[in-house]
Design a protein. Structure first.
Length: 440
């Protein structure tokens, strides 16, 4: 590891880790430059890159983008960056000079890219969901903690005024102890149709084998996987829940102090052989927290056309449910939190004169960079928080395969008690040639 990056790791670690510096590190002068690279060049990767690059201390050194047309677009935006078609080549050639990376690729690539980067001592900004598989999330979380890697998951709404205010309302006890919570999204990242029985020509310059990476190999079908629609496919994405669950569950997860569920049960449609279903309904039970009432806390997820029952919507006194958001029911009131909207409290008469305790937001991307530079403590969506959140969301996807069955989750053992079929989906088997130490 070069001495400049070593200093950055020391500086950031000293803020919040009990760490004894190596003598050689202590002699290095502080560096104000942070060298960054991106896995992905367009889509969410472009957003992440622009936000990270807007920090005055960041230099974008390299970008790996598999799609040739997107490589050109990335080069036009970041003219000084080296552009690679193969992320492994980028990591091999640039890794020793990098301080941080953002991983903004399809879900099935998140874990191998993050693990290999962390094994080089690089700090990680990883898009949601943290990984495609449950065991992968646990592995990344534990590796980052053990090796003092600075991490942040790309749930930028986590740092907004709206979501932080909602968390404060719960923590201040404004709506009392929590009785139940309901979260929902109207997105439809699923496909009830079978996969087309055809094989299309791979576009010139697109390395399809690399795009598939460690996941099961499927022939290229134009417009079916790349770009975007991979979210609908079991082997590459996580459906609507995988896409939006980490965003919309986040304020509930944070406010209630949730960790791992005790059990879960799906009432929604079952995925077909290749694709996620839509209109999910997944019921979770969590252990009691300091903010909840009773010994167990029920939390339910809905997507597509599915919505909370009328007894919940009636608590909003005629207010229509937003397309995406959460309803949190307490012993002293109800909070409606639209996705990316300020919370409102019910019954209206009770909270008529109540003034929301507005909590200032922060720059989610810059918080990560400042932490790497040693200017701030751990980002609030670091993997110790984001890992359990991601695991919870991904467990819902597994439950959807076993409609109507109560699955009891043994978090320490990473298994469903007495249910080998469900447990078989907890770990991914990597395709030959794509194995990564510590994963699979």
């Amino acid at each position: 590891m070069n001495s400049r990056r070593a200093f950055l790791r020391l500086a950031s670690s000293s803020v919040f880790f009990p760490y004894v510096a190596k003598t050689s590190w202590a002699k290095v002068s502080p560096s104000n430059r942070l060298y960054h690279a991106s896995f992905g060049g367009q889509g969410m990767a472009k957003t992440d890159l622009r936000k990270i690059a807007s920090h005055s201390n960041v230099t974008v050194r390299a970008i790996a983008e598999i799609d040739p047309s997107r490589r050109k677009q990335a080069q036009a935006l970041f003219k000084e960056a080296k552009i690679y078609a193969d992320w492994r080549e980028m990591l091999e050639k640039e890794g020793d000079s990098l301080d941080s990376v953002n991983i903004s690729t399809p879900d099935h690539m998140h874990a191998p890219q993050a693990m290999l980067a962390m094994q080089k001592g690089i700090h990680i900004y990883g898009q949601k969901p943290l990984t495609h598989g449950v065991a992968e999330s646990r592995a990344l979380t534990e590796y980052a903690r053990k090796n003092k890697i600075i991490t942040q998951m790309g749930i930028q709404c986590h740092s907004t005024q709206e979501y932080r205010t909602a968390v404060r309302i719960v923590h201040d006890g404004i709506i009392g102890k929590l009785v139940e919570a309901h979260s929902f999204s109207d997105k439809t990242w699923g496909d009830p149709e079978p996969r087309p029985e055809r094989k299309d020509q791979i576009p010139a310059g697109l390395d399809w084998d690399q795009w598939v990476g460690p996941a099961p190999y499927h022939d290229f079908i134009k417009g079916y996987y790349h770009p975007g629609k991979w979210r609908k496919r079991l082997d590459y994405g996580g459906g609507t829940f995988g896409d939006m669950g980490c965003h919309i569950y986040d304020p509930t997860f944070k406010a209630l102090g949730l960790t791992y569920p005790i059990s879960l049960r799906s009432e929604g449609p079952v995925p077909n052989k290749h694709n996620w279903a839509v209109d999910a309904v997944v019921h979770y039970l969590f252990p009691k927290t300091p903010h909840s009432e009773g010994e167990q806390l029920p939390v339910t997820w809905y997507d597509g056309a599915a919505r909370p029952p009328s007894r919940i919507s009636s608590l909003l006194e005629g207010k229509a449910l937003p397309k995406q958001g959460s309803v949190i029911v307490g012993t002293e009131g109800v909070m409606l939190l639209p996705h990316l909207g300020m919370p409102s409290l019910y019954p209206k008469k009770k909270f008529l004169k109540f003034k929301l305790p507005v909590v200032k937001g922060s720059n989610h991307w810059h918080d990560f960079i400042d932490s790497v530079l040693g200017r701030k403590s751990l980002p609030s969506a670091n993997f110790d928080y984001a890992g359990p959140l991601t695991e919870t969301v991904l467990l819902g996807g597994i439950a959807s395969r076993f409609k109507g069955e109560e699955l009891k989750w043994n978090a320490p053992a990473l298994e469903f008690t007495g249910h080998g079929a469900a447990t078989s989906f907890v770990r991914r088997k990597y395709r030959s040639g794509w194995e990564v130490e510590g994963l699979g």
